[in-house]
Design a protein around this ligand. Structure first.
Ligand SMILES: Cc1cc2nc3c(=O)[nH]c(=O)nc-3n(C[C@H](O)[C@H](O)[C@H](O)COP(=O)(O)OP(=O)(O)OC[C@H]3O[C@@H](n4cnc5c(N)ncnc54)[C@H](O)[C@@H]3O)c2cc1C
Length: 339
């Protein structure tokens, strides 16, 4: 462990911590990135490299951020690609198509192309089909490339589970005597963030939400495929099968058994019976502010000037990208706050 002082200590080495560390180093700050190396959401998600097309009518600001910041992944994301280089957006009926077309245009998303629904190779052809500039990635490969980039940018990384403490007589947090002193600590610890803050005696408004999803092996699809009306099923190719996502009913998920059934039924309805039979149900976690003060594509909470409901901490910034696709956007906002 290097023992000199740094400008920024980034805690957490998921995609957010690493992009933040690289961004800070590129802007001339001396950075150290420490993570416990446990697999957070960055290694267990749908792996969808979003253009923003699927969010455009419902979350237009997220769609714009996805579109504007996605190219910043550059080669990292191309070398980690799984399956085809473009995705498919399918519609059961044509009544919502114009709403999406309009939203794609409003968000400035380019590269969407209507295709003949009979050519997309589904048992029951959809009513409308579009090629969209989204694809799946292998998350482990992406993270390895990002660690390599961090090292090439001069960011030391080390395996360390960090405990934050807030001094009794000030609002400064420290990360322990064995860890180099830093001017600012950036907490990029995903779903562990509320617990870390609470244990340090720092009041916050974060909450953790659980999301059910599925993983299946067998003959699936090599194309990242979304059904943008109806139940909004998404199938993302992975190295050994597919990841399957289905939004909760009115945003809420049920029990493991009910979610398993919902996913199996949704797959069966699209003719993916072999996937349905090998489906494994998993739970993921997202951490987000309970109050809507933050940009949902990149929540950056600067505790040097805390929003309502947060304790002050004179050297702490919390970073939570809503999507890994927007992690560079989140990193910019953190480093802007530090400069
Ligand atoms: C089911 C699901 C599907 C998703 N699908 C997509 C998608 O397809 N596309 C997309 O763009 N986004 C998607 N997301 C969102 C995306 O996964 C997250 O926004 C992103 O991965 C968050 O990255 P992070 O680095 O903030 O958190 P994490 O990846 O969780 O990283 C935090 C790291 O900090 C570590 N840590 C925790 N405590 C400590 C400590 N005390 N000391 C040191 N290290 C610590 C953790 O172990 C972990 O390694 C999805 C999320 C979920 C839950």
């Amino acid at each position: 462990m290097p023992d000199e002082r740094v400008d920024v200590l980034v805690v957490g080495s998921g995609l957010c911590g690493l992009t933040t560390a690289v961004t800070a180093a590129r802007r001339g700050l001396r950075v150290l990135c420490l993570g416990d190396e446990l697999p957070g959401a960055s290694l267990a998600n749908f792996g969808q490299y979003h253009s923003g097309a699927v969010y455009a009518p419902v979350l237009p600001a997220v769609a714009r951020d996805c579109w504007q910041h996605r190219n910043r992944w550059g080669d990292l994301v191309q070398t980690a690609r799984v399956g085809e280089s473009t995705g498919l957006a399918l519609f059961h009926a044509t009544d919502t198509v114009d709403r999406y077309r309009h939203a794609w245009s409003e968000a400035g998303i380019e590269g969407v192309e209507e295709v003949d629904p009979r050519t997309v190779g589904h048992v029951t052809p959809p009513a409308a089909a579009f090629r969209i500039p989204d694809h799946s990635v292998n998350l482990a490969a992406l993270r390895v490339r990002l660690v390599e980039l961090a090292h090439a940018t001069g960011v030391p990384t080390a395996r360390e589970a960090v405990t934050l403490r807030r001094a009794a007589d000030s609002t400064l947090v420290s990360a322990g005597w064995s860890i180099p002193q830093a001017r600012v600590v950036v907490l990029a610890t995903g779903a562990a963030t509320p617990g870390i803050l609470s244990r340090a005696g720092i009041q916050h408004t974060l909450h953790v939400r659980c999301i059910a999803w599925g993983r299946a092996t067998g003959a699936g699809t090599k194309t990242l495929t979304y059904w943008l009306d109806g139940d909004l099923l998404a199938i993302s190719p992975d190295l050994n099968g597919v990841r399957v996502g289905l939004p909760g009913l009115t945003g809420m998920y049920g029990t493991t058994a009910t979610e398993h059934t919902r996913l199996r039924v949704a797959l069966g309805q699209r003719g993916f019976d072999s996937l349905a039979s090998s489906l494994e149900l998993l739970w993921g976690t997202v951490c987000e502010p309970a109050t809507p003060h933050a940009d949902p594509s990149a929540a950056v909470i600067d505790l040097r000037d805390p929003p309502a409901g947060w304790s002050p901490a004179a050297n702490l910034v919390v970073a939570l990208p809503g999507k890994w696709t927007t992690a560079w956007h989140c990193a910019d906002r953190v480093v802007d706050a530090l400069m």
